[in-house]
Structure formats: C-alpha cells, structure tokens
Design a protein around this ligand. Structure first.
Ligand code: SF4
Length: 281
C-alpha cells in the first residue's frame, strides 16, 4: 500500500531514517523535512501537551553527522528529483516548504549543535535550496557556545527560530512545561536566542480541568511580551496555538481545547502589545 502523508500523520518512522522524516505540515503549508536529533525520545522539559510518545527526561545523544548528511541528501534527492511527492503526498501539498530541526525532544541539547547546523546547511547549499531552516526549541540551552554558533550560522542563511513560551509564572511553567524555571530566566533565554537569529515566540494555550488560563497567568504572559517589546528584543511575532492534536503524556486527561473566541481575544491582546500573531486553532 502506498503511504499517503497528511496532516494527521506525523509518524517520524515513515521513511525508516534515524534523523530525517518528511511531514505534511499545517504550520508550514506543505511538505516539511524534519530533522529529529532526539531518536532517544529525551527532553529536558516535560510539556503536558507534548506529542512525543515514550517521552523521557534527558538530552539528545551524540549525533552521527555523516549519517545525518546522507539521510538529508537522500531525502531531498527523492523529494526534488525523484517521485516522492507523487508517491506519498496529496497533490495539493506538493511544495517543499522548509527544513525544520524539530524532533522527539529538545534539539539544542546535543553535544555539538553548531556541527549539526553546518551539516544541514552544507546539504541545503548543494541543492541550492532557498527555503527556511527552522529550529523549534524550548530555549533552555541558549547559553551554550555551540548553540550560539549554530544560531549565527542559521542567521546567515534564512534561519528562523520558534521559541516556546507557554507561561510566565513559576507555577505555570512547572505545571505546563514540567520544569523549574523563573520568568527572569525565561526572559533571558528568549532574548539571548532571538538576538542570535530571527525568532518567533511559540505559545500553546489550553484549558486545564475545564478552566482556561487564569487572569494572573494571562497577565504575566502579556507582561513578559511587553517587557520583551520594551527591551527591543527582535522578535518577529507570536505563533499562538490551540490544542490541535492529543497529548501523549499522562497529563492529557487534564487538557482540552479552548473556545475559539477565547483564543481570538488573547491574540488581540498580544497584537495590542505590538507583536503580529499567527493563530492556529
Ligand atoms: S520541549 Fe518539546 S519535546 Fe520537550 S517536552 Fe516540550 S513539547 Fe515535548
């Protein structure tokens, strides 16, 4: 049977590679080539909404750069010069949109992130690709030298970051992201990473046990954005998501999508801070 990828099928094993997987992405509006640096399903965070099955605490293992190079080259060859699109992708989505460093855990936790970016950029250049290279990150390794070097390289070739900010209170971050992190540290991470490469904030909002985020929660979130704006942190805007797909974590029983009106009102308040918003319900 020919496998048709669609927006509901994000199975990272469909092509049998270790690091590279194709996905039809509603975020990107076509085919995105994903780079999964966490085949061990390990992350330093534990987000309540995380869609990674078998998520464990930890960091990315050592990356086999030669294998990453070969897999990415092979995948792009099949997409650009082979029949991959015709075989596997619905006709309406046969556009290669981006390459996204986004996998089953936090990618920047690998030992040499800069070497990973160099490898990806080398392959992209060999195909003369002018599509974005995106990094989806929680920002927790912002201060590592190899991360800053990787960001600097991304910035020279159309790179873009999506940095997670789901809450700006200690309690909210602990409950939603499963990590002990102060709002001050969160501010620093977002500032540090977005100064290295053009960045969007990525926010997921949902109801917990039937209740939307509290007024103090929302106010703290907007206050963080306001502070980033006042500090001239060079953010492109906010990607605001609802709960589109089910969480694979035990916390899933607490979570539910918010009313579209609630999300639209939050989007309007973010815009009032001065940031463009892309809302995905
Ligand atoms: S940062 Fe990403 S991979 Fe890690 S737990 Fe959160 S959603 Fe999952």
């Amino acid at each position: 049977m020919t496998l048709q990828l669609n927006t509901a099928n994000h199975d990272r094993d469909v092509v049998g590679m270790t690091y590279v997987y194709p996905v039809v992405s509603r975020r990107a509006g076509g085919v995105s080539v994903g780079i999964n640096l966490n085949p061990n399903h390990a992350c330093d965070w534990h987000c309540a909404y995380c869609q990674v099955p078998g998520l464990v605490r930890g960091s990315a293992p050592a990356i086999d750069l030669q294998l990453l190079h070969e897999e990415l080259q092979s995948m792009l060859e099949r997409i650009l010069h082979g029949d991959f699109m015709q075989q596997h992708v619905p006709e309406s989505c046969r556009t290669l949109c981006d390459i996204a460093i986004s996998g089953n855990g936090e990618p920047t936790g690998c030992r040499d992130f800069a070497a990973v970016v160099r490898t990806i950029v080398t392959v992209m250049r060999s195909f003369r690709l002018a599509i974005p290279l995106r990094l989806i990150t929680n920002g927790s390794y912002a201060d590592k030298q190899t991360v800053q070097q990787g960001l600097a390289l991304m910035a020279t070739c159309g790179g873009e970051l999506w940095i997670k900010v789901d809450s700006a209170t200690v309690d909210g971050i602990r409950r939603i992201n499963g990590v002990s992190l102060s709002p001050e540290r969160l501010f620093h991470q977002v500032k540090s990473m977005s100064e290295g490469c053009p960045a969007w904030i990525q926010t997921c909002m949902f109801a917990w046990d039937g209740l939307p985020p509290s007024t103090p929660e929302v106010d703290a979130y907007l206050a963080l954005l306001t502070r980033l704006k006042a500090d001239s942190v060079p953010l492109q805007g906010v990607l605001l998501y609802g709960l589109a797909r089910p969480s694979m974590q035990p916390e899933a029983i607490h979570l539910a999508a918010l009313e579209p009106l609630w999300m639209e009102q939050l989007a309007a308040r973010i815009q009032a801070v001065g940031y463009p918003v892309r809302l995905s319900l």
